[in-house]
Design a protein around this ligand. Structure first.
Ligand code: ATP
Ligand code: MG
Length: 776
């Protein structure tokens, strides 16, 4: 143990050695916060604290697993096994299962993912006959989520005229009713959504003092990583549980608070001192992760935020290369740059794929990167987005499995009752739903009693409903004695799901069958893994718990060598030798949706700080001058965040963006086939356009070919091609559309048009008077 403690610096050691009492560690990225938590837990155990009495809350389950493995290395696997470690959601789902009856829930309650929640809300909006354009399901769900995370129950909502007025002003006067209907529907289905896992835990701890006392006594030591991103609901849970012993250690970085949009409250960190008595505050200042260039560049980014705690972050690491900035004309070209850079780095420096990460602001940006990586045969993995378990064919299987565990689960039932088709139509389902609402029972219970309720169904339909009930019940019997693999295999065959997919012989259809095979392989792994754990048999309920709470990051076994693609939000806490932050453009990053207030912009900036500080050795910032967004080619400007970094830390691989509408170009006659990166862009101060120069180039002026306006009535400042220069067959570069070939010319003088086939965007007809074209 001593050996591990001696590897820490003095500032890191102090919070490890303080055994009891409340403490907070506030420190910048890469300063060893997570490492301190890990060693602290091992040291607590070394001092005789039972693993059973330690609760550690992490940002992902993967982080928890890694921490546990490290602790196991120090104190031994059998000791570490009993630690309670995981995300808020997974830990409290476990606790809720054993206490569910107190809240009127079955212990095998289903956990709804956001797809299920959205379907439920859509159903409610339809039943209430509301306008979907005003009552947008996604917006409604996010509003309900906000309520839940602020512990505003339906009752509290109806007691709060301000909230109701706000919704009425937003043209949604029936918001409260929808909230009520949604809560009822989940309860009737024996289902909790993600936010419920926290809300119900709070309810459990406040309504049942004996339950609170039980967990307070169990969790004598509580540790929370990434505390800056806890929301109000999580904050209250931590406070309640730690209230008795006050052995609470939280670590965080206010500069990395990036979940305010989901209700995270930075004040939790700022107010910690007020919440507990005798709080010890520790600061870590030395960054061990990144090169000096990256650490100092990231510091200059944060200088632009007003709301922050003053902190010092420095590093003893070597200076390292500058941050490379690259501009491209299209997002496809941006992808090619990233892929070829990875390719070259691997060749030149013997790097592995796993040493690279590509980070972006929104999931939609992954496509261009994927295309380029595939063309270069570079293996990659996307984290986030639509997860494996949300793919249609997988979700169908999972919904059958959910019904086996909890037949009340309404969303699952509606999804599969007539898939594969078994002649149970929409009208029948509607009748069942109405009856279920009327009797305040689940649809499944209505189906079980179909003979006793008069729904005006013909005997054929009744029989089909009864057959369905019998089928699910037969699965339940099998499930009592078999493991998750057996039952899943059985269900996918007996329900006809696999046969249904086999009818589709297209490659997509085959891929779906392969996905189901992959699901079965995954379950096999799971059941075998579970057998090694005491008391676990690899049952379906154990597996489904894992699936419901798996974040995409969790499935990463680390066995395969792949480039990692993910959103910046997901990259929190991780580190990679080389990091590409792509799509560094205004309206994308910072996001157009987060620029209306200073605090939103500051959150975007913190997100950029998180992105930059993931890099150990080399960071790249790339942007494109045009990009397809929502199916339209749009112009884009470089992100202000690039300029906010002190220029001394940057290296421009392509000329920096200027205000000139003349795009400087490299004249091959002057430079020959030069490597662009060898050229520098000179920005003259006398108002003339920027130009490329090389250090050994005798006549740099000749490198710039200025474009002349066609006629005096051309819009001033527009860069137009001198029209008689252009002929069919020419390869041209358009400022917005990129490269293309001239197919045809028509008209004369100011009306002259060119028909051009662009690599991206297809054929376009452009009026030369306005077109910003250049022959290459
Ligand atoms: P983030 O804010 O991004 O979550 P963090 O503060 O949690 O970062 P860690 O991930 O714990 O930082 O540490 C960053 C890196 O520095 C890790 O690779 C870790 O192993 C290493 N490190 C931390 N402390 C030391 C130390 N005293 N000596 C050597 N390496 C260290
Ligand atoms: Mg960390």
């Amino acid at each position: 143990m001593q050996q591990y403690i001696s590897q820490l610096n003095e500032a890191q050691r102090a919070p490890v050695l303080q055994k009891d009492g409340p403490m907070i560690i506030i420190a910048g990225a890469g300063s060893g916060k997570t490492r301190v938590l890990t060693i602290r837990i091992a040291y607590l155990m070394h001092q005789g604290i039972d693993a059973f009495n330690i609760l550690s809350l992490t940002f992902t389950n993967k982080a928890a697993r890694e921490m546990k493995n490290r602790i196991a290395d120090i104190v031994g696997a059998s000791e570490a096994k009993n630690l309670w470690m995981g995300t808020f959601h997974s830990i409290f789902a476990k606790i809720l299962r054993s206490e569910a009856d107190k809240l009127g829930y079955p212990s095998n309650f289903t956990i709804y993912d956001s797809q299920d929640s959205l379907r439920a809300i859509s159903g409610i909006i339809k039943e209430m006959q509301l306008d979907r354009d005003i009552y947008k399901p996604k917006q409604i769900l996010s509003r309900i989520s906000t309520f839940k995370n602020s512990l505003i129950t339906v009752k509290a909502y109806f007691n709060d005229p301000d909230l109701q007025e706000a919704d009425a002003m937003a043209k949604k006067p029936r918001m409260g009713e929808i909230y009520q209907a949604y809560v009822d529907r989940c309860f009737k289905s024996g289902a909790m959504d993600f936010d419920d896992l926290l809300l119900k835990t709070n309810e459990l701890l406040t309504r049942f003092p004996e339950v609170l006392a039980k967990y307070q006594n169990r969790f004598r030591y509580i540790l929370v990583d990434e505390y800056q991103d806890t929301n109000h609901s999580q904050y209250l849970i931590v406070r309640a549980l730690s209230d008795k012993f006050q052995n609470i250690c939280v670590v965080g970085d206010d500069a990395q608070s990036i979940y305010a949009f989901r209700g995270a409250n930075i004040n939790n960190i700022l107010n910690f001192q007020k919440d507990y008595q005798g709080v010890q505050t520790y600061r870590l200042e030395q960054n061990y992760r990144s090169s000096r260039n990256i650490v100092e560049a990231a510091n200059t980014v944060m200088e632009h935020n007003k709301t922050k705690l003053e902190k010092v972050v420095w590093t003893a690491n070597e200076f390292g290369p500058k941050i490379k900035v690259h501009r491209s004309l299209t997002d496809a070209e941006e992808g090619r740059f990233v892929a070829s850079t990875i390719f070259e780095q691997k060749m030149q420096n013997q790097m592995t794929n796993g040493q690279f990460a590509i980070l972006y602001r929104t999931n939609a940006q992954s496509r261009a990167m994927e295309d380029a990586l595939r063309k270069r045969d570079i293996p990659y993995r996307i984290y986030g987005g639509l997860s494996f378990y949300q793919r249609k064919e997988i979700k169908d299987v999972l919904c059958y499995l959910r019904l086996v565990l909890n037949p009340k689960d309404e969303e699952a039932l509606i999804r599969v009752i007539n898939y594969p088709a078994r002649g149970i139509g929409d009208t029948t389902i509607e009748k069942l739903t109405v009856a279920a609402n009327h009797y305040k029972r689940s649809i499944f219970e209505v189906m079980q009693n179909i003979d006793r309720i008069d729904l005006k169904l013909n005997s054929g339909t009744k029989q089909k409903l009864q057959d369905f009930v019998t089928m699910i019940q037969s699965f339940q019997v099998i499930n009592e004695n078999q493991d998750a693999f057996y039952i899943t295999d059985h269900v996918s065959k007996k329900t006809g799901l696999v046969q249904e997919l086999k009818k589709d012989a297209t490659p997509e259809g085959m891929a779906k069958i392969q996905n189901i095979e992959e699901l079965l392989n995954g379950i096999k792994d799971f059941t075998e893994g579970q057998r090694e754990i005491d008391g676990a048999r690899g049952s379906l309920s154990e597996f489904m718990e894992d699936v419901a709470l798996a974040t995409d990051l969790d499935k990463d076994t680390g066995d395969e060598d792949r480039v990692a693609l993910m959103t910046i939000h997901l990259a929190k806490g991780l580190e990679f030798p080389h990091v590409f932050v792509v799509g560094m453009e205004e309206d994308l990053f910072p996001s157009a949706m987060s620029m209306s207030t200073r605090s939103e912009l500051e959150e975007e900036r913190r997100l950029f700080y998180v992105a930059l500080t993931r890099a150990e050795h080399q960071a790249y910032l790339t942007y494109s001058q045009s990009r397809y967004r929502w199916g339209k080619l749009t112009d884009s400007e470089p992100s202000r965040f690039i300029e906010e970094i002190d220029g001394q830390f940057l290296e421009y691989l392509t000329p920096a963006e200027s205000n000139y509408r003349f795009k400087p170009m490299i004249d091959k006659d002057v430079f020959g086939d030069v490597d662009k990166s060898k050229l520098r862009l000179a920005k003259p101060s006398n108002g003339t356009p920027p130009k490329y120069i090389t250090d050994n180039q005798p006549k740099p002026e000749a490198a710039i070919r200025k474009l002349k306006p066609v006629s005096s009535n051309a819009p001033s400042g527009a860069a137009n091609l001198f029209d008689n220069q252009l002929t069919a067959g020419n390869i041209v570069m358009h400022e917005r559309f990129g490269r293309g070939q001239v197919l045809n010319l028509e008209g004369v003088g100011a009306d002259k048009k060119a028909e051009i086939k662009f690599e991206v965007g297809g054929i376009k007809k452009l009026l030369l008077r306005f077109a910003k074209l250049d022959v290459i």
